[in-house]
Design a protein around this ligand. Structure first.
Ligand code: CLF
Ligand code: SF4
Length: 516
């Protein structure tokens, strides 16, 4: 069970001078652990943690996998500067067409940011979390960051506050973080070994000096670990984000996972590198490749048993608005916000969220009932892709999906294990045949794709590729649908109608990167 809120039980480790990882005896982590009944901290429920922790995570879309189907978050871009350089980063301040961290359409002052938050909160009542995640580092512009939080704490007391940082200045601001009730902090930690760090960070700017290479990475890792320990001791839920960079830190992230668990991290979010040359990052320009979907999953799976894993990250822009995976920031430009009539009605928001909570409870109950109805596990496990636009249901048409959610299904268990971004197949009434092969490639390790509707042409191509296109569970809850499909699949295998085969790897590159 959780011990991270008690400073007397928080693991205290020696500073990482020699970079030798010590594992704490207790989990020091958010849930029953990776081997617990959920197997993944982010999908844990109220039975897995003390009530005060459940209160903090239950409607945070990043800290609870279940919540991300129902609750929204937003970011305000008040922190443009950064104090380190990551080889995967190139920030852009007026970009509306790239969806990745470090990119925003407009920088905001704290006053503008507060106005925008209130406008979004009165329009999207299921928006429960406000994060500051750049486009630079939230703690490299501490005055702007904390002024925004200060005002919001007064004007929108029901919104959870969330901060993302590279950790360099974190130990200096833990008091301030606690002062404004910032319950959720993300630290991006890509290494605990400075030799690996030197391949990721060319420099840091610390104590009025630019420091390069191994020395820079050594300072950074020590500051990150100290900051994590301090937050744990103060009861702040802390998530660690790591960027998976093939050939540099892929195997090393397993050590990172254990080290952050030992220091009380609630969740570990291992994200794929984004390294497109057109983004102009060092890694993009030097040809450093991104991991495939399968490589990402392998590293995540290898970390099971360590810190609990988040697998539903969408690597949001620093001005993202809406459910994870959707972006409504265009609806809330400064110009539009100025024209909006903003009524921040706390009671109305609470009433709406109670309705959302009821939907979520229905989804959980459906999942539990479906799992209880299944037979004993025979070791067969498959992946199923799902087209959804939220509310935990199979409710998106194949042709309209801009991502597929991936579930691992066995006889009595379903677990969300990731998502795959795709281009829309349907282009305003007709199918884009050129797009279809890339969609098939993106989900080619799945046995079935559950959709609300699908046309004849993609249906045939999917079947040809050995992926079962399934419409019959349209609008049902995802887990219930996946288990029902799997029960039928096993029956067909048992009848000799089909032969169970493991499927090939999803070899698509997973575009993505950096801080929360
Ligand atoms: Fe934003 Fe980050 Fe808070 Fe979430 S995002 S500051 S913890 S509210 Fe979430 Fe977006 Fe992934 Fe970040 S999906 S990039 S993990
Ligand atoms: Fe700074 Fe974040 Fe960019 Fe790294 S990824 S240089 S921490 S803004």
């Amino acid at each position: 069970m959780l011990s991270l809120l008690k400073s007397d039980t928080a693991p205290r480790l020696k500073p990482l001078g020699g970079i030798k990882v010590e594992l704490a005896g207790s989990s020091g982590c958010g849930t029953t652990g990776g081997a617990g009944k959920s197997g993944c901290g982010s999908s844990a429920g109220p039975a897995d943690m003390p009530p005060e922790i459940w209160e903090k995570v239950k409607n945070h879309p990043c800290y609870s996998e279940e919540a991300h189907h129902h609750f929204a978050r937003m970011h305000v871009a008040v922190a443009p500067a950064c104090n380190i350089q990551c080889n995967y980063c190139n920030r852009k301040y007026d970009c509306s067409n790239e969806s990745r961290p470090g990119v925003v359409s407009q920088k905001l002052t704290p006053d503008q940011a507060v106005k925008k938050v209130l406008a979004v909160a009165s329009t999207i009542p299921q928006m429960t979390v406000l994060g500051i995640a750049g486009p630079g580092d939230a703690l490299a512009s501490p005055h702007k960051t904390f002024e925004t939080f200060r005002q919001l704490q007064e004007k929108a007391p029901d919104i959870k506050l969330c901060l993302s940082t590279n950790g360099l200045m974190l130990p200096d601001y833990v008091d301030e973080i606690c002062k404004y009730n910032i319950d959720h902090v993300t630290i991006t930690i890509n290494m605990i070994d400075p030799d690996i760090g030197a391949q990721i960070y060319p420099w840091i700017f610390y104590q009025h000096k630019r420091i390069h290479g191994r020395e820079a990475a050594q300072i950074l890792t020590e500051r990150q670990m100290l900051g994590l320990e301090m937050l744990t001791a103060r009861g702040v839920l802390t998530k660690v984000n790591s960027v998976l960079i093939p050939g540099i830190n892929d195997q090393h992230l397993i050590e990172v996972n254990r080290a952050v668990k030992a220091r009380g991290a609630f969740l570990h979010n291992i994200m794929p590198l984004i390294s497109e040359a057109e983004h102009g990052t060092v890694f993009g320009l030097t040809g450093q490749r991104a991991p495939s979907a399968q490589e990402l999953k392998e590293v995540q799976d290898a970390c099971m048993g360590g810190a609990n894993l988040m697998r539903h990250c969408r690597q949001c822009r620093a001005d993202a608005v809406g459910l994870l995976g959707e972006d409504r920031s265009d609806e809330f430009t400064l110009e539009k916000v100025e024209q909006m009539e903003v009524v921040y009605d706390l009671d109305k928001r609470r009433a709406y969220q109670a309705g959302v909570e009821a939907q979520r409870a229905a989804q959980v109950a459906a999942k539990q009932a479906a799992q209880a109805a299944q037979q004993a596990d025979d070791g067969i496990k498959v992946l199923v892709a799902v087209a959804t636009k939220g509310k935990g249901r199979v409710n998106e048409h194949f042709g309209h999906a801009h991502e597929f959610q991936i579930y691992e299904v066995s006889a009595n268990r379903t677990a969300f294990v990731g998502h795959r971004r795709v281009d829309h197949y349907c282009q305003g009434g007709w199918g884009e045949d050129d797009v279809l092969p890339s969609i098939v490639t993106a989900i080619n390790d799945c046995h079935a794709v559950l959709v609300a509707k699908i046309g004849a042409c993609p249906r045939d191509e999917l079947k040809e590729a050995g992926i079962d296109p399934v419409e019959k569970y349209a609008h049902e809850f995802i887990e219930q649908a996946a288990l029902s499909w799997f029960a039928e699949y096993r029956e067909r295998v048992a009848n000799g109608e089909i032969v169970h085969q493991t499927r090939g790897d999803a070899s698509i590159r997973q575009g993505a990167y950096l801080a929360a």
